[in-house]
Design a protein around this ligand. Structure first.
Ligand code: UDP
Length: 329
């Protein structure tokens, strides 16, 4: 099989590329390196089944050729990271909506299956956890830019499902819940690489708000395995699936765990949301997936514990720090 991964030089995309190559598939990635990094894929470039194009997904000529040559598209290119989203809302909305539209249009031209990466953000401020795929969503106001991310990804989902419903283009929507692992950077706000870097450098661990908000962190290898199972399953088409761990932890609990696991002397400090993001910032209190649907269809359950994940992230960041002391939390 020949797979095209948009956003393939990103954190999740690069792990997906590795997994596909590992099972003998040919992989083409397209990435504009806006948040993706060449270092994420450098080790793959010697593999003769690996090809890359440093290009934006809205370049029609390039996408037309790439899509015509592939068997399946994994659409992962998107604006990600709450900090990036709050500070660059135009880029977020345009990248997510215009980019996905471009991918689906070309995919439809050549009738190629598309796996769309979505996010647990689409549930918004809903409070009844665990979240099921068909649950109602609760968005904050349009004056708070955080919600532009959830809304833009929800439009992507609508569009993907509409292409299936109206044009019978096979699409699958996968909602990722806080995927973490080696190669994720803390640069765009992601909490695990941030806390790990802070702990390793002996800097204060920055807990936003009261730290009682909770998340379920999912190892990227579990996420990638779920994506592959869904992409291979004919009955997944036209549907939405949650992918996430069921191990819920508060952010303060995460800070304590990271500190303990890494034997760090860092102090834990609390930073108000207004200071961390922007005035009036709204967070989600709890975010827990119901993964019954993917489990019933494919048998998928997560294999990695949060401890395993933190240790894997720390190993990666430790190596980076050894090579470059300027790595920022
Ligand atoms: N967070 C934190 N300190 C940081 C970065 C993030 O306390 O240095 C919090 C953030 O406010 C959120 C949680 O950690 O409540 C998860 O943030 P992340 O950006 O990783 O993912 P999100 O779940 O917001 O998409």
């Amino acid at each position: 099989m020949k797979a095209l991964i948009t956003g393939g030089a990103g954190f999740i995309g690069s792990h997906l590329a590795e997994a596909l190559l590992g099972r003998g598939d040919e992989v083409m990635i397209v990435d504009d390196l806006s948040t993706g990094r060449f270092e994420n894929i450098e080790h793959l470039t010697s593999n003769q089944n690996f090809h890359f194009a440093i290009e934006t997904i809205t370049n029609e000529t390039v996408m037309d050729r790439l899509v015509s040559e592939c068997d399946i598209i994994f659409h992962l290119a998107a604006a990600v990271g709450v900090e990036l989203i709050v500070h660059s809302p135009v880029r977020t909305i345009e990248t997510n909506i215009i980019g996905t539209r471009a991918v689906l249009q070309v995919a439809n031209r050549y009738r190629k299956k598309v796996i769309i990466a979505s996010t647990s953000e689409v549930y918004g401020k809903a409070v009844t956890v665990p979240f099921k795929e068909d649950d109602d969503r609760l968005m904050g106001p349009t004056t708070k830019s955080r919600w532009s991310y959830a809304t833009s990804k929800a439009v992507d989902e609508f569009l993907a499902l509409a292409y299936w419903k109206e044009k019978h283009l096979p699409t699958v929507v996968v909602r990722f819940f806080n995927t973490v692992g080696p190669r994720q950077t803390g640069q765009y706000g992601m909490v695990v690489p941030r806390f790990v870097t802070q702990a390793l450098k002996g800097e204060p661990i920055t807990v936003y708000g009261d730290g009682q908000q909770s998340r379920c962190f999912t190892h990227v290898s579990d996420t990638v395995r779920a994506v592959l199972l869904l992409s291979d399953h004919p009955e997944a088409v036209g549907q939405v699936f949650n992918v996430g761990s069921s191990e819920e932890i508060t952010i303060l609990g995460l800070a304590q765990k990271v500190k303990h696991l890494l034997g760090s002397d860092s102090e834990i400090v609390f930073i108000p949301y207004d200071e961390a993001y922007e005035e009036g910032f709204e967070d989600m209190r709890r975010r827990v997936p119901d993964t019954t649907k993917i489990r019933k269809l494919t048998g998928w359950t997560p294999r990695y514990s949060l401890d395993d994940t933190i240790i894997a992230v720390a190993e990666h960041i430790r190596k980076q720090l050894e090579g470059d002391e300027s790595v920022q939390a």
